[in-house]
Design a protein around this ligand. Structure first.
Ligand SMILES: [Fe+2]
Ligand SMILES: [Fe+2]
Length: 175
């Protein structure tokens, strides 16, 4: 197994993406006025890419060694999507948006921590090379697509995740 395809490169990529999500959340919490809507969009763009890649590649690969853990993480991702769907209906500077944002920050911070503690060790145990290549390819795509504007960014968050998953599914199979 080489350094490019090994699971020892997948986990650091995912962990770095978690740090980026934390930075985007900090920027969103601290943004005021018109800047808050933009910060919300930038956060959703990256979170949709990251969660879609996990759902298409990382979670299925980790499921063999940590099935129950993966189901819990999927439930948390669903819950975050529900909160975000509610926030998308609100004015970003409203009190209700701020209340939900606090809830979202706590949820996403805990979710990322539990992935790192409970799921990524199972991912690091994956030895099947074709699986490792596919997972690495999809997770690395997140960072490449993060800097590219797309019409997908204008969709509601849950639809962004669905569209990104469809894209990653094709990329993962070479389609
Ligand atoms: Fe996740
Ligand atoms: Fe994650």
């Amino acid at each position: 197994m080489d350094q490019v395809t090994g699971s020892n490169t997948i986990v650091p990529l995912l962990t770095a993406q978690h740090r980026h999500i934390t930075a985007l959340l900090d920027a969103l919490v601290n943004a005021t006025g018109d800047a808050r809507q933009q910060a919300f969009r930038e956060f959703l763009h990256f979170l949709a890419l990251h969660e879609a890649a996990e759902q298409e590649a990382a979670h299925p690969a980790a499921r063999t060694g940590a099935g129950g853990v993966v189901e819990q993480r999927l439930a948390e991702e669903y819950h975050a999507g529900q909160t975000i769907s509610h926030m998308e209906q609100l004015e970003p500077n409203s009190d209700e948006f701020g209340r939900l944002l606090e809830h979202l920050v706590a949820g996403i911070t805990g979710h990322a921590h539990r992935e790192e503690q409970d799921e990524f060790p199972a991912l690091a145990q994956v030895a099947d090379v074709p699986t490792l290549i596919r997972v690495h390819h999809v997770i690395a795509l997140v960072d490449r697509l993060a800097t590219a504007a797309s019409p997908i960014d204008r969709l509601p968050f849950v639809d962004q995740v669905a569209a990104r998953r469809q894209h990653f599914r094709g990329a993962a199979t070479g389609a």
